[in-house]
Design a protein around this ligand. Structure first.
Ligand code: NIG
Ligand code: FE
Length: 439
């Protein structure tokens, strides 16, 4: 690790916040431009013991052995010091795929699936995304923004400091705009970095059922230009799948997004092999997500094109689907990230640490790979690889302290809240009151 400050030892620099004595620190190795880790490097995080981090102006100024960091940034010149003895220090989690601005919940569908219904059969009866659309239509923008703020606080308390969040329950310009504006409003007060994504191509709305071309045209000709004009999103997402949008429809929408400065993301090949992985490569998308049924050809094309694979094990877990072939993806040279997919239908979970556990036990990532998948590689999936997902000088000072002695413990001891303290943009943003430890 680099980052030892170059200031003379007798003077020392002022830090806004110092974290000292961390029993272990885990982070991804530095790469040119913050590129994601692939192949063998994906399994090789940087581990430090008795580590410290100095934060200045919301950025990481130094990281390394406590003695070295203190020589450059003495405690006497720091505005605040956090003693992390006994704790693990890790980069703030990056949740690279959520549907955060949703309204209402769908536990009735959870019940129905327990009785034999499927995601597709429920959607065919007017439930699924259409149900969340009705709930969204009934909520005002201010109430939605308040709901988003509560969810952001929930994520922060679990160590998330960057989150991608999609629209996709409006399916009209007014509805999509309401979702994206609610996100922007909630972002103002939140210490979390929010990456908004436009996803009108999430489902064909009922009123367009017999003229889906007209819906695609309205996304391409009206909504995407308006999103760009109002600066409401950074990415344009599409669901390329059986029962959703065809590769040809998605191609048109992704091309329109690209023309308006919104790079592509895809929900791809979740319910069947629709050729979504190949389209992601062809369209130069930043990520393709789900990929439960993606073909080897498609995965190879993604690897060549540098598209990040965002895997969402919570969705397979919730719906009883096969897990994505993570090991094959790593073998193909793909950059693999893991995210929650938090949404009220297929994955009602905000827990990235639980997603890590599923990634290890069900998709056979190693605990080391799972850490990189929810930090550095997840940051790359949302265009933040050079500023987030690593404890590295110059990066945003986003880190979490976990009440565990070893980085592997977080995914290993699942279903338990290990987060003790979260630092976002260089300031303590969350602290658990209770000091009890359960290991
Ligand atoms: O990522 N796959 C499509 N969209 C969501 C589910 C949305 C919903 O059911 O509300 C997903 O799983
Ligand atoms: Fe999703």
């Amino acid at each position: 690790m680099s980052g030892r400050a170059s200031k003379p030892r007798d003077a020392g620099g002022h830090a806004d916040l110092l974290v000292v004595n961390a029993t272990q620190l885990v982070t991804a190795p530095s790469t040119p431009g913050g590129a994601p880790l692939t192949g063998g490097a994906f399994d090789r995080p940087v581990l430090l013991s008795d580590a410290a981090v100095a934060c200045v102006d919301g950025r990481i100024a130094a990281v390394g052995p406590t003695a070295d960091v203190l020589a450059a940034y003495p405690e006497t010149r720091a505005s605040a010091v956090v003693d992390a003895r006994g704790l693990l220090a890790a980069p703030g989690f990056v949740d690279a795929h959520t549907h955060l601005p949703f309204a209402g919940t769908r536990e009735m569908e959870f019940d129905a699936r327990s009785r034999g219904e499927t995601y597709a059969s429920i959607a065919a009866k007017g439930g699924g995304i259409a149900s969340s659309r009705r709930a969204l239509a009934a909520i005002g923008e201010d109430d939605l923004a308040r709901a988003v703020a509560v969810r952001l606080a929930t994520l922060l308390a679990q160590g998330v400091t960057t989150v991608e969040a999609k629209s996709g329950y409006g399916l009209t310009w007014e509805g999509e705009r309401k979702q994206l504006r609610a996100l922007a409003a909630a972002a103002v007060a939140a210490p979390i970095e929010i990456v908004p994504t436009f996803l009108a191509a999430h489902a064909v709305p009922e009123e367009f059922r017999d003229r889906r071309d007209a819906y695609v045209a309205s996304v391409v000709e009206e909504m995407i230009p308006a999103v760009a004009r109002e600066g409401l999103a950074r990415y344009c997402d599409v669901w390329c799948d059986a029962g959703a949008f065809s590769p040809e429809e998605c191609r048109r929408i992704l091309a329109a997004g690209a023309r308006h400065g919104l790079p592509g993301k895809l929900h791809a090949d979740e319910l069947g092999d629709a050729g979504g992985a190949r389209l992601a490569a062809e369209a130069g998308a930043v990520s393709a997500d789900h990929l439960l049924h993606a073909s080897d050809d498609g995965l190879r094309a993604m690897a060549e094109a540098g598209v990040v694979a965002v895997l969402l094990p919570g969705t397979a877990f919730t719906l009883g689907l096969p897990y994505a072939r993570a090991r094959d993806m790593v073998s193909h040279g793909l950059a693999v990230a893991v995210a929650t997919d938090w949404n009220p239908g297929s994955t009602m979970s905000s827990s990235l640490s639980l997603a890590m556990t599923m990634a290890v036990t069900q998709m056979k990532l190693t605990p080391a790979e799972a850490w990189i998948a929810v930090t550095a590689n997840a940051a790359s999936a949302v265009g933040q690889g050079a500023v987030a997902g690593r404890i590295q000088p110059g990066y945003r000072a986003d880190l979490s302290l976990f009440d565990v002695p070893d980085y592997r413990h977080v995914a290993y001891h699942y279903g338990h809240d290990h987060v003790r303290l979260v630092i976002a943009r260089g300031a303590v943003a969350y602290q658990r009151g209770d000091e009890s430890r359960c290991t």
